[in-house]
Write a protein that binds this ligand. Structure first.
Ligand code: ATP
Ligand code: MG
Length: 336
């Protein structure tokens, strides 16, 4: 029995979440789904966009599923998802870049995993005004760089990947990315000596070259591991290569917790119409199942979705179909 904290959120969040939970309830596994609140509607009702109960529940559950939230514009607080990631210590952001049949993509048969360090770098939020303008501090520690490199190798092995590529700009950011690069190679040399990891090649690219090759020859990459800002940009570039927001899932992993969410936001323009594509949320649930060690169920769920995409009969409007969220999810559930 797995205890899962479920945070539907705002806009299309509850729509894609409801559809995904209906599918998970049809699995052979037992789940205890505990609903928690965060986001805009929560702020309006309770005065906070991230209640302490939500954080506590997420901390104490086996995993958290997060839909999407609308940010609170007039409020000067951090967005609820950012705060939650921080409070749960979720330092690794995993973004699969994978093309699916029947989904228009720049490249077919693409299957890359981008791993972004999510706790420091240029997003450390240490900024200050100066006389001339402002400066931001780019914090890179050996601890976080080694930790994210470990994630890269273990995820590569789990997914049968044969290459791990570090992405940085150590020729210009000599000290900060020097630390990142050295930490990566230190960890790589440990893994290179382990039997299970012996066939995994290791290399590195400057971020500008990586950005170009992602567009011109993405097949050279399998697992990319990089710092916060570079990872943010490259993973959105990756999503653009394989059919956009409706299809892009993500995992946020720490030492004790995992949170799984679609890359898209609350999409107020289509909220309430019942036409949101549930695929990104379903694929986020696949990432969660893998995190829980339920690889067989994860595989089955992804296969069921692939089947529905291939059939092309029950697709939401963004995929060129006329089905509702509910209809597409039902089709997945019937195969799963
Ligand atoms: P937010 O402020 O919450 O991020 P947003 O307006 O930026 O909301 P996004 O969710 O980031 O909206 O998505 C941008 C656009 O992509 C939306 O306007 C929507 O039309 C489309 N979109 C996003 N997610 C989906 C989905 N699951 N299914 C269909 N279309 C989607
Ligand atoms: Mg958005």
């Amino acid at each position: 029995m797995y205890t899962i904290t479920v945070i539907p959120g705002d806009g299309i969040g509850p729509e894609v979440m409801g559809a995904t939970l209906d599918i998970l309830k049809a699995s052979d596994l037992e789940f205890d789904f505990q609903e928690a609140r965060a986001g805009y509607a929560c702020f309006e009702d309770t005065g906070t966009n991230l209640p302490d109960e939500t954080v506590e529940m997420a901390k104490n559950s086996d995993a958290t599923l997060f839909g999407a939230v609308t940010s609170v514009p007039e409020q000067k607080t951090v967005g609820s998802i950012l705060a939650l990631r921080k409070k749960l210590g979720l330092y690794a952001n995993l973004r699969p870049v994978k093309s699916y049949p029947g989904v228009k993509a720049v490249y077919d048969d693409l299957d890359i995993l981008i791993i972004r360090e999510n706790s420091e770098g240029l997003y450390s939020e240490i900024e200050e005004y100066t006389e001339e303008g402002a400066t931001a501090l780019r914090v890179i520690t050996r601890k976080a760089s080694e930790r994210i490199s470990h994630v890269a190798f273990t995820e590569a092995l789990k997914r049968g990947k044969k290459r791990v590529t570090a992405v940085h700009k150590a020729n210009v950011l000599r000290k900060t990315d020097g630390v990142f690069r050295d930490s990566f190679w230190k960890v790589a040399s440990e893994y290179n000596q382990m039997d299970d990891y012996r066939d995994i090649e290791t290399d590195e690219f400057y971020v500008d070259a990586a950005a170009m090759f992602l567009v011109t020859d993405p097949y050279r990459f399998q697992v990319l591991v990089t710092t916060n800002l570079f990872g943010d940009i490259l993973s959105d570039e990756g999503a653009g290569l394989v059919g956009g927001l409706g299809m892009a899932p993500s995992a946020n992993i720490g030492d004790n917790n995992g949170l799984f969410e679609p890359v898209h936001g609350s999409a107020p323009d289509i909220a309430g119409k019942g036409v949101a594509n549930p695929a990104a949320m379903i694929l986020s649930a696949c990432l969660m199942l893998n995190f829980l060690g339920e690889h067989q169920e994860a595989f089955k769920l992804e296969e069921a979705l692939i089947n529905v995409l291939e059939q092309g009969k029950y697709l939401t409007p963004d995929l060129g179909g006329t089905s509702t969220t509910e209809e597409m999810a039902r089709a997945v559930r019937e195969i799963f």
